[in-house]
Design a binder for this molecule. Sequence first.
Ligand SMILES: O=P(O)(O)OC[C@H]1O[C@H](O[C@H]2O[C@H](CO)[C@@H](O)[C@H](O)[C@H]2O)[C@H](O)[C@@H](O)[C@@H]1O
Length: 326
Amino acid sequence: MTDAEERAAAATDGEDTVSTEPGGDADPADASVPTLAPVADVLTDAADLGALVHGSAGVVVGLDFDGTLAPVVDDHAGASLAPAVRPVLRRLAARPSVLVAVVSGRALDDLRGRVGRTDEGVVYAGNHGLELGHGDETVVHPDALRRRDDVAGLCDALGDRLADVPGTAVENKGITATVHYRTAHSTAVPGVIDAVETAVADRDGLRVTAGDRIREIRPAVDWDKGDAMRLLSAVAPDDWTTVYVGDDVTDEDAFAAVQPDGAGVHVARGGSAVDPGETAAAHRLDGQSSVTALLRWIDEVAPRPSRRVDWSDLRPLDDPFGPAGR
Ligand SMILES: O=P(O)(O)OC[C@H]1O[C@H](O[C@H]2O[C@H](CO)[C@@H](O)[C@H](O)[C@H]2O)[C@H](O)[C@@H](O)[C@@H]1O
């Protein structure tokens, strides 16, 4: 979808319901929401989320990638941003009252490449927040960097070990790695998981975590998507709120981090590792195909800024991991 088509779609979506500019010159404490129609059928407790966003001076929007911005596919290398998402993401990122954060288990460079053109209003958190990027700047958790060679060695060893197991793949992400088994035969899966756990058990400073048809090898560093979201919420002005949208196990850390002051939105999916009934998120979206509607709605509901925020100066990102990372 082109930018022009996207603008037309957004206008059509909102024309029956939005009669005032959200925020505008109005008192930000006025939490009445102009419209629920675009998300009423796909999002639980939409009125609460709308009131939170509309009643704040601005919003940090944290977005997971796989299963949220991109549909899940069998081949991890083939995942791509849903076409309709790109223009609304760009529009949100250009809003002075919105900071977009793309937060993923993917490596930062991979993530940047898949999201496309970067903007001043977009922060990237790759490798579960161990790599942070804004503009041309990148900062990596120093303790994680120290494990890079160990991760590479494990990728080689597991690549050899699983070479004859159809449907498996080893994704080396630099400071972390993913072992995929989405298309492996179900009888092979326990052996794959055991191979990963056994290989990591022999190495200090690494740990195994679970995800959607994957096991991940991560440095034993106390830092996850929740820490990344806490950091970004702290960067924003005090009168802003934070919304985080995600579908997988690792997104639960981010939901816990942003709530209760902000809000989590769990994206439901059949076969997901997180059941909609089990998520910590306060809101549930009915599926990845509704993410575009959610983002368009946030764009409508988000306040017009009372002041401009200069994202070119995200000073806390100069030293995000602090002394603990030394
Ligand atoms: O935090 P995310 O952005 O959700 O990234 C988590 C992992 O995503 C990728 O794997 C997942 O998506 C693949 C493509 O749809 C799918 O084939 C796989 O089964 C999913 O687990 C990525 O390849 C991993 O490295 C990320 O950690």
